[in-house]
Design a protein around this ligand. Structure first.
Ligand code: HEM
Length: 428
């Protein structure tokens, strides 16, 4: 697989390309959304198209698109998976990732497959991975080597690598740094697949499909070998191979496809969330000091960062019947596109919604999704980010934003996060 990636094709370049692809035409689209919301809670049309971002559902293919903004309306859609289905996701991003794509499954099939996969991600499993794998990887391989430098870019030097490295280790893949980088680059190429411009889309589609096939061809023999070796081990592949629900087990192809969708789902999202959280804390030195002194607050800070600056800014569903939302008639077969940023900052649910407040009462937000498709890797993501923040607090004394660099900003329409977070600390 390594031969398919030339030297310059680094993870960072691919990360930048994903940022450019989903960046859109506004750095901070929230004021624009609010302007649209003032015209009514349901907008006829696709706001992503207005902002130049490729939709996760692919081409609307003549189906009408409606955009929702309010917490109550979006919550009702995400709770009702029979009326608002997810299959359309398989036409967009999912079309690059084989047929076993959890986010694109509906109804009883999704329930069965989720029941097979869910036990592999429960907190007890996480506890084991956290101590034996996540914490040492983040501490020894990412934060530790930086100590003497006194400065770093938290994205390029830590955030880009550790989520991929952790997933690679959790999967139980052989320790092979080059293989891992290639693996990650492929995953980012898949994410660059959807494009607005039809000409760019053709080329990107070819590259995304090649990357996806290469990932599949890399993973399938490893999975088959693990089964041949007796499906043992407490890593994710071992657990997936042994998992059983109502007499059904996953095939090698299904495990391979799941692994292939895992990297795009797990890496990019964790990188950007880690970056946004660190930036939100670094911009508030008093809060940073409070969280550093009381590490139990890291979990709350992660949750609030995912509410305040969700990386996955949109959800999409298709109507399985005629519906009415907030007085607007929406025919069967329409696409409902949901703006997570406005829902997560809806004043009807969150007091002072534009404040980053880790002490706010616990109310459901949609940064990790909601309903049956809620993020299955939630505990993995939280454990990884917590491990990274802890290692940074323990090992990089007096960490602060680098005064010689421009202030970092959280930006983007389709995916949000900072592109770089340059920091300095008191090196020994
Ligand atoms: C901070 C990091 C993360 C964020 C913000 C995030 C966000 C989300 C969101 C919003 C969804 C819902 C999609 C929908 O409703 O259509 C989702 C689903 C999913 N996530 Fe995550 N995710 C993160 C990390 C991870 C990690 C680390 C993993 C795996 C280890 C993972 C695996 C998945 C999978 C497999 C689904 C599909 C679940 C289903 O459709 O039933 N995610 N994630």
């Amino acid at each position: 697989m390594a031969s398919q990636v030339d030297g310059a094709d680094t993870m960072q370049k691919s990360f930048q390309s994903v940022s450019d692809n989903f960046g859109g035409t506004l750095e901070d689209p929230l004021p624009f959304y609010r302007q649209k919301m003032a015209e009514g809670p349901v907008m006829k049309g696709d706001i992503l198209e207005v902002l130049g971002v490729p939709p996760i559902f692919g081409n609307a293919r003549g189906r009408p698109v409606y955009t929702l903004f309010r917490h109550a309306d979006i919550g009702a859609v995400l709770r009702d998976q029979d009326t608002y289905t997810s299959g359309l996701i398989g036409e967009g991003l999912g079309s690059f990732m084989g047929t076993f794509m959890l986010t694109a499954m509906d109804g009883a099939y999704h329930r069965r497959m989720r029941s097979l996969l869910q036990p592999c991600f429960m907190p007890a499993v996480l506890k084991e991975w956290r101590e034996s794998l996540i914490e040492p990887v983040v501490r020894d391989e990412y934060v530790g080597p930086l100590l003497a430098k006194g400065k770093a870019d938290l994205i390029a030097d830590i955030g880009l690598g550790f989520p991929v490295r952790v997933i690679y280790a959790i999967l139980g893949f052989p320790d092979d740094p080059k293989g891992m980088e290639v693996f990650a680059t492929m995953a980012l190429k898949i994410l660059s697949g959807p494009k607005r411009d039809p000409e760019a889309a053709k080329q990107a589609r070819i590259e995304a499909l090649q990357a996806s096939q290469a990932l599949h061809d890399h993973v399938l023999p490893l999975v088959a070998q693990r089964r041949a070796d007796g499906s043992i081990g407490n890593d994710l592949i071992g657990r997936l191979l042994r998992s059983e629900y109502e007499g059904e087990k996953l095939t090698d192809e299904q495990v391979t496809d799941f692994v292939r969708m895992l990297l795009p789902a797990a890496a990019e999202t964790t990188t950007r969330t880690f970056g946004s959280l660190m930036l939100l804390l670094l911009e508030r030195p008093e809060l940073l000091a409070r969280v550093r002194a009381d590490r139990k607050l890291i979990g709350k800070a992660i949750d609030e960062a995912v509410r305040y600056e969700p990386v996955a800014t949109f959800k999409a569903r298709e109507t399985a019947r005629d519906v009415e939302i907030a007085g607007t008639f929406i025919p069967k077969g329409s696409i409902v596109s949901m703006v997570i940023q406005t829902a997560n900052r809806d004043p009807a649910v969150f007091e002072n919604p534009d404040e980053f407040d880790i002490d706010r009462p616990n109310r459901p937000h949609f940064g990790f999704g909601y309903g049956v498709h809620m993020c299955i890797g939630l505990f993995v993501a939280k454990a990884e980010i917590e491990a990274a923040v802890n290692a940074i607090f323990d090992m990089l004394p007096n960490i602060r934003l680098d005064p010689d660099r421009p202030s970092p900003r959280i930006k983007g329409v389709g995916l949000r996060g900072p592109e770089a977070v340059h920091v300095v600390w008191d090196a020994a």
